[in-house]
Write a protein of this length. Sequence first.
Length: 188
Amino acid sequence: MIHDRQMEEEDRSQEKINVNIFRYKFTQEFMDELYQFSKIHQYDDRHGFKESWTEWVEINWDTINTEIRRINELGYTGDIIEKMFKSARYYFRKKSTVTPVKQSPRRNYITANKDLLDAMDRHIIQNINTEKYKPSQGFLDFCNSNTDLLRIEISHLLENNITNSNDIQSKFKKTYKNRYFIITKTTA
């Protein structure tokens, strides 16, 4: 019985797995040719583009025919010439040649002290139900009543090379407003 199972597993492992293809891609060489054509005729009107396309297909028929055979062998059943035209007209023609600007790396996130976060949470919970409470006013009230905690946190930020007073104030304000958001979403 164990021997039979092993034989069945070996038979299954030797079977060819068929993976469905949902996106039939052209070869890179063909895409380069298509891209070049699209960029040359990028600003043609609809009729001019279509005429140029017809000429291009006739001139490059051998290359196109090779690509058609390859994609048909993969199992594509649609109109490959139409697929090529749509790629040229609607994708490659509008594709930008400018490389995107690299973003500067994010700076390391410096977490706030747990005591400060707890104090913010307590302050928000105590004041959230008072009339006309807004996070901006709550933040100012919190700063006025928790100067010792803020001094400790400022020294922590200075140790982590955050020296700009606007950055420090902004960090406190964002932290307070984020705590407000978290509390309102969890209690709602």
